[in-house]
Design a protein around this ligand. Structure first.
Ligand code: DAH
Length: 348
């Protein structure tokens, strides 16, 4: 072991450019069977008077190598850390990538407007099955077999004899069978009619159904409720119009329209128009009777005969078409991003 060994080791250490390479140099010189270690082991074979000087010499070499190793190791570690920090650095000042944002479908926006109005009036908001049976969709609603709505052509029938509900009114029946009066509900959901489509007709569309049952409920309550809804939709000066009409499940029955004030009336020359929104009426006694029959069959008390109530049904599509200027009902369900893309974010 000479100064040459020391120089050679220190040179190898200085040239090691990875921690693994440095470890190899370390093993070669000061490892268990490294050069310096072996020299120290061989001391015992020297004559005793030479041992001390030789030992001191080897130790000096070993210390020099250790010092070089320690320094090189810390340099390499610092370099490795710097490289890692540089490669993992995030520039928080870079502009972000735009995230694709969806939006609420216009029909859901109108549903939300409507449910907000009815929740404020204390109504429960419910949904129900789209696959119905003939009894709930027609029979129990006092729709006689000869009524045009029963026309096979208007209904999507399933092979098992059930059908896609043609209106949300069957939920009146289901809810009353399960709940005792008094009650106030609105039902939201899809309905289906087997008919040709055009700008104002689709085979699938939506309805909002209302039902209020209690004691001494009158036509005045119904009119007040529809007027309140109109004010909620179109502001405090909204006007409503009722016309006698016929629905088997109401007596009397009516159609109602809401005056829609065209916000662009001044420029377009059209000040507004009566928007035929839907049907309504006082719940027909035969409906209460059918509900009590169903309740009785389930072992529940008959609690509806003698009650009074009103119901209404309307289509959110008509409201949305006017509100958002959508000229064709088929746009709602064509999934065209050029149409639906206009309803991103918080449009009114
Ligand atoms: N179910 C009727 C339809 O689909 C709408 C309707 C009319 C619902 C009068 C009612 C009502 O609750 O009282 O055309």
């Amino acid at each position: 072991m000479t100064e040459n060994h020391q120089e050679e080791a220190v040179a190898a250490i200085t040239q090691a450019d990875t921690l693994d390479g440095l470890q190899a140099v370390k093993t070669r010189y000061v490892g268990k069977s490294g050069l310096v270690t072996r020299e120290l082991g061989a001391l015992g074979k020297l004559p005793p008077k030479e041992r001390k000087a030789r030992g001191a010499q080897i130790n000096a070499v070993r210390q020099a190598i250790d010092a070089a190793l320690t320094e090189r190791e810390s340099t390499l570690k610092r370099t490795a850390l710097d490289a890692r920090l540089a490669s993992e650095a995030i520039d928080v000042t870079l502009p972000g990538l735009p995230l694709p944002a969806g939006g609420l479908h216009p029909i859901n926006r109108v549903y939300d407007d409507l449910t907000r109005i009815y929740e404020r009036l204390g109504y429960a908001v419910i949904e129900g099955p789209e696959v119905e049976d003939e009894h709930h969709n027609f029979e129990a609603l006092n729709v006689p077999w000869y009524h045009p709505a029963r026309d096979l052509q208007d209904t999507f029938w399933l092979e098992d004899g059930r059908l896609l509900r043609t209106h949300t009114s069957p939920m009146q029946i289901r809810y009353m069978v399960d709940h005792e009066p008094a009650l106030k509900i609105v039902v939201r959901g899809k309905v289906y009619r087997y008919e040709a489509t055009d700008a104002t007709h689709e085979a699938m569309f939506h309805q909002l159904e209302g039902l209020v049952v209690g004691d001494g409920i009158s036509m005045a309550d119904l009119k007040g409720t529809i007027a309140e809804m109109a004010r909620g939709l179109y502001g405090p000066s909204a006007k409503v119009r009722f016309q006698p009409s016929y629905y088997p499940f109401t007596e009397p029955g009516a159609d109602f329209a809401v005056w829609w004030d065209n916000p662009r009336g001044a420029v377009s020359g059209q000040p507004g128009k009566w928007l035929e929104l839907g049907g309504c009426g006082m719940v027909h006694p035969n409906v209460f009777k059918a509900v009590d029959d169903l309740r009785e069959a389930e072992g529940k008390p008959r609690v509806y005969e003698g009650k009074t109530g009103f119901a209404f049904g309307l289509g959110p599509e008509r409201i949305a078409m006017l509100k958002y200027g959508i000229p064709d009902i088929r746009y709602f369900y064509a999934n065209d991003p050029r149409v639906l893309g206009q309803f991103r974010g918080e449009l009114g």
